[in-house]
Design a protein around this ligand. Structure first.
Ligand code: BG6
Length: 486
């Protein structure tokens, strides 16, 4: 044993799957390269396939080569690969968890922290947690025991609560880390820095100055080969219940008293809890033309691949400000952005550029892909007595030259290893999110209101979504270097 070398054991359940290959191991490898994961660590892959350590290592090496930013350093890989071992086990067999317990005691050189990552099909989250508990693997006598659970966390309020119960039968809430990879994105984390490490915006970050806030998470990909999962989930469960609501919480929460995980999550839960239940008329659901032809999609599928919502937050800061959220697949480009539109000046005494008309001051937080911020404001057109809107921008690629943005999983895994839960969703946030989303999905299904609209692939969504914002005199806004609108 190397003296003073912190030892953590990471057990990945579902170790032969795509997530492990594409995300988890490249992220752990990057942490190792940055000396954030010591070589006393163990990374154990638990899965059913008849593999041995070498098969496991060779397969994961391919993933690392494919998904890290630069060339693989063979010597570094060899040192990292020495930490990887494979344990053949079945998630259905309680006995295999007992065997795992013996195996872990054998490979560890003494007390070690352990992190269990459930990268499995969601149906195993509950049973695997219970088996871990039964095998004594959740017990923290010899070090921290952390459980990381991937999304989706339930498919509605009831199933999420059931899953919570199963998990809590073995793990205390403080041991549970629910992944929302959007929270691991640098730009999502930057929302809190931007708001609370500066003084210029926070005084105007409220209903007195803000006219509306929009969150767009557009994806250019269609459902691809995930139709089996997606057709049962749909965009509300897949994107809104988690990613969009989490972004909304970061933009609207009150300043936490500290960066302590619970201080942050208390504020997020508070603001999510203040969202007014949505009226079905303030929702749009749509499916892209051709979706039903995809393999694994029912011929008469009513699953929305796009949704748009208008919602209000009933608190002193936000009362009356409309929030517009939209997300869809098969859109013209991949972009995730948040636009904060400020109110118009009380009186416009300058003549406006005829072509542009009035453009509200808008701050765009560009979450991805061109991470940064844009601020639109009015300036005098030289040599004319006319005002036109111009753009001030900040891009990570220019401001932080030579620094590559880490993948969300790199940060999240490291935080989970270090025991920092601030970027993970707490059980009350999940409950509140389902309480908001459930009635919408149920309303759509039971009342067929609003009817499922259709949109063309490669378009910005259905006309109904334009109408949703136009009712209050608004337009969807894209300010991160795209042409606005269609
Ligand atoms: C996942 C959804 O959570 O997020 C996918 O299940 C979606 O359907 C993905 O494509 C989007 O993530 P990102 O990081 O590519 O924006």
């Amino acid at each position: 044993m190397i003296p003073n070398c912190d030892s953590t054991t990471i057990v990945i359940f579902g170790a032969t799957g795509d997530l492990t290959y594409r995300k988890l191991i490249p992220a752990l490898y990057n942490n190792y390269r940055k000396e954030r994961l010591t070589e006393c660590s163990h990374i154990v892959g638990f899965a059913r396939r008849d593999w041995d350590d070498d098969t496991f290592r060779n397969r994961l090496k391919e993933g690392v080569v494919a998904f890290i930013d630069d060339d693989l350093d063979e010597a570094q890989w060899e040192a990292f690969a020495a930490m990887l071992t494979y344990f053949r086990g079945n998630l259905d067999h309680a006995g295999d968890f007992e065997k795992l317990a013996g195996y872990l005691d054998e490979i560890e050189d003494g007390p070690a922290d352990r992190l269990y990552y459930l990268a499995t099909s969601p149906s195993f989250y509950g049973p695997a947690s219970e088996y871990l508990g039964q095998a004594g693997l959740a017990n923290q006598r010899n070090g921290a025991r952390t459980l990381v659970v991937e999304k989706p966390f339930g498919r509605d309020f009831g199933s999420a609560m059931e899953l919570n119960e199963q998990i809590h039968s073995a793990f205390d809430e403080s041991q549970v880390y629910r992944i929302d990879h959007y929270l691991g994105k640098e730009t999502a984390q930057n929302i809190l820095f931007f708001r609370f490490a500066n003084t210029i915006f926070e005084p105007v970050w409220n209903r007195r100055y803000i006219d509306n806030i929009q969150i767009t998470v557009a994806e250019s990909v269609d459902v691809g080969d995930r139709a089996g999962y997606y057709d049962k989930a749909g965009v509300m469960r897949d994107m809104f219940q988690n990613h969009l609501l989490q972004l909304l919480a970061l933009v609207t929460m009150e300043p936490p008293a500290s960066l302590d995980a619970d201080a942050i999550r208390n504020e997020k839960a508070k603001v999510l809890g203040a969202i007014q239940p949505l009226a079905l008329e303030d929702t749009v659901r749509a499916q892209y033309a051709g979706y039903r032809e995809a393999d694994g999609v029912a011929d008469d599928s009513q699953t929305p691949t796009y949704a748009a919502l208008k919602l209000f937050i009933n608190n002193w800061r936000w009362k009356g400000v409309p929030f517009y959220l939209r997300s869809g697949k098969a859109m013209p480009e991949k972009t995730s952005e948040i636009s904060v539109q400020f109110q118009a000046p009380p009186d416009i005494m300058f003549s406006l550029n005829e072509q542009d008309g009035f453009t509200p001051n808008t701050l765009s937080i560009c979450v991805q892909p061109d991470e940064g911020m844009h601020l639109k404001f009015e300036a005098k057109v030289p040599d004319l007595n006319e005002s036109r809107s111009v753009d001030m921008d900040f891009h990570y690629r220019d401001a932080f030259k030579g620094v590559s943005l880490p993948d969300a999983y790199e940060r999240l895994l490291l935080d989970a290893i270090r025991g920092d839960a601030s970027l993970f969703a707490r059980s009350d946030e999940i409950k509140i999110a389902w309480k908001l989303i459930d009635p919408i999905i149920q309303g759509w299904e039971a009342k067929d209101t609003p009817p499922l609209a259709t949109y063309e692939p490669d378009s910005w969504g259905p006309a109904e979504a334009e109408a949703l914002v136009a009712r209050a005199g608004h337009e969807w806004w894209l300010g991160c270097g795209h042409e606005n609108g269609e």
